[in-house]
Design a protein around this ligand. Structure first.
Ligand SMILES: CC(=O)SCCNC(=O)CCNC(=O)[C@H](O)C(C)(C)COP(=O)(O)OP(=O)(O)OC[C@H]1O[C@@H](n2cnc3c(N)ncnc32)[C@H](O)[C@@H]1OP(=O)(O)O
Ligand SMILES: CC(C)C(=O)C(=O)O
Ligand SMILES: [Mg+2]
Length: 509
């Protein structure tokens, strides 16, 4: 069995998903969970892209101990300096330098000749090497590059000090045969290729990211790059959980394994879904809500007789647990703390108290509090969303009837502890609430995305709302859960506005 290294780029390429905007605390939370999952490398971000991303990458680099922490940089000195400044405190830092090598990218985007691109790549890899031992070089759009040119640049950057060579299918265009052949070509034509790890990086535009990554591995790649839940630019990246579980379930067929702790997969997927607001489709392989559900009679009959008739993956393998200890109105702090540990949270006593209070308030309204409910409460408390609010909701009212526009009344406490109240209308109840707040406060708000989903199944399921917006031109996102859809919508909106204050505090710290 060959061990394939897992390079997780959820925090960089995953964050490039439209509408996703993680703050420093959220990125750190995800990084800690990725470490627990056992990724060999995590790409924490692109420090030159913003001060916020620089700070988040630095915080992750200073916190993570077992995984390598990588930072992305264009092939220029400023980006490389920013990347190094952000990750130099890491136990295992890696600078990831990239430049495009396909004719279309070199000519139309970079406006450089192939010879100039080689020079830049070699100079920048050796510049990065003067700072950091571990250097990954990516030939962006490798799958649409000319193979002899690709082989030349790869050989030269290895001589300049690259330790990992990544050949991305940047636009998700390649096929398994073609992608595999590219790796084979490098193995056969680059004389120093055995000094480095070869890496895949596949996007899913044609739905072939997984099979293309496997083709790369079958032809010599020893590192796979991807994201959890397959999030990422456009149609996303290869879903790493699918890759790892494929190798585990089909170890009779594929001679590969990964270092991932498979039973951390579900929890990792849940955290990333909650914090990014990218809902996992019910039928998603490995982590979807229906991945282990059997609906039809013949299947249920088969599963009852022998689960393996229709179940190739056991839920336990990926950390899907059954809920044995039911928490409700009569549960106490001990049971709550026990469940908290089972769900993988370790909060200090102050935060336990905040979370326990919120749990108790929920039990007044809900018969049974599920793991999903607790997960959102604990995650909110752990990431300090409620503890650091600046605007606070006093109360709100919406008057609705089918003949007229809904009217909302909202009362808020401002960061200066003043109480303000206003009224507004909208085409729907949520719009009426949001219009009212926009009129009430000074900040300029532009809503860009709104998603509503339910946590759990019954009539008393919690509503979860995720919004993306700009507040005074700063992109932020907000999340909230509540039993009532309007309350969740309102709190998500207020949480997003409060993010601006949280970011200011984090920047000062
Ligand atoms: C395939 C990928 O996933 S690549 C990673 C994509 N991620 C991101 O873009 C992160 C978010 N991006 C950003 O915040 C901004 O684009 C920044 C800060 C990185 C750059 O912003 P700006 O300096 O305003 O440049 P802008 O994005 O408009 O254009 C990119 C410039 O970088 C150049 N460039 C692109 N890739 C590279 C590279 N790998 N190496 C060197 N230069 C590059 C482009 O040719 C262009 O240069 P030009 O200004 O001379 O025409
Ligand atoms: C920056 C590189 C590695 C990338 O994300 C891509 O080419 O898709
Ligand atoms: Mg990519």
């Amino acid at each position: 069995m060959t061990t394939i290294k897992i390079f997780d780029t959820t925090l960089r390429d995953g964050e490039q998903s439209p509408g996703v905007n993680l703050n420093q605390l959220e990125k750190l939370e995800i990084a800690k969970q990725l470490e627990r999952l056992g990724v060999d490398v995590m790409e924490a971000g692109f420090p030159a892209s913003s001060q916020g991303d620089f700070d988040a990458v630095k915080k992750i680099a200073d916190t993570v101990t077992t995984s390598t922490v990588a930072a992305l940089a264009r092939a220029n000195k400023q980006d490389i300096d920013r990347a190094w400044d952000a990750i130099k405190g890491a136990k295992k830092p890696r600078i990831h330098v990239f430049i495009a090598t396909s004719p279309i990218h070199m000519k139309d985007k970079l406006k450089k000749t192939p010879e100039e691109v080689i020079d830049i790549a070699v100079n920048m890899v050796s510049y990065a090497k003067s700072k950091c031992d571990d250097i990954e070089f990516s030939a962006e759009d490798a799958s649409r590059s000319e193979l002899p040119f690709l082989a030349t640049i790869v050989e030269k950057v290895i001589d300049a000090g690259a330790t990992v060579i990544n050949l991305p299918d940047t636009v998700g265009y390649t096929t398994p045969k073609e992608y595999g052949a590219m790796f084979k070509y490098m193995k056969n034509h680059v004389k120093n290729i055995d000094q480095v790890d070869l890496s895949t990086h596949c996007h899913d535009d044609l739905g072939m990211a997984l099979i293309n990554s496997i083709a790369g591995v079958e032809n010599g790649a020893t590192q796979v790059e991807g994201t959890i839940n397959g999030i990422g630019e456009r149609a996303g990246n290869v879903a790493l959980e699918e890759m790892a579980v494929t190798f585990e379930i089909r170890k009779d067929f594929y001679p590969f394994k990964t270092n991932l702790t498979l039973n951390e997969i579900k929890r990792t997927s849940d955290i990333i879904s909650k914090l990014t607001g990218m809902v996992v489709p019910g039928n998603k392989a490995v982590v979807g809500r229906n991945a282990f559900a059997h609906e039809s009679g013949i299947h249920q009959d088969g599963v009852l007789k022998n689960a393996q008739t229709y179940e190739i993956i056991t839920p336990e393998l990926v950390g899907v647990t059954s809920n044995s200890l039911v928490l409700g109105k009569h549960s106490g702090r001990h049971a709550f703390k026990d469940k908290m540990k089972q769900l993988g949270f370790s909060l200090d006593e102050d935060k336990v108290s905040v979370a326990f209070d919120q749990f108790k308030q929920l039990t007044d309204r809900k018969k049974e509090v599920t793991d999903d409910d607790l997960f959102v409460i604990l995650m909110d408390v752990q990431t300090d969303i409620k503890a650091r609010v600046q605007y606070q909701l006093n109360n709100f009212k919406v008057e609705y009837n089918s003949a007229t526009s809904p009217t909302a009344t909202v009362s808020l406490v401002t960061p200066n502890h003043d109480t303000i109240e206003g009224q507004g209308t909208g085409n729907g109840s949520v719009e009426a609430l949001y219009n009212t707040i926009e009129e009430l406060i000074e900040e300029q708000i532009q809503l860009t995305d709104f998603t509503l989903s339910s946590v759990g199944k019954g009539k008393d399921a919690l509503a979860e709302v995720h919004v993306s917006m700009t507040v005074n031109d700063q992109p932020v996102s907000g999340r909230a859960t509540a039993q009532d859809v309007l309350e969740a919508s309102l709190n998500a909106f207020i949480n997003a506005i409060n993010r601006v204050f949280i970011i200011q505090v984090a920047e000062k710290e």
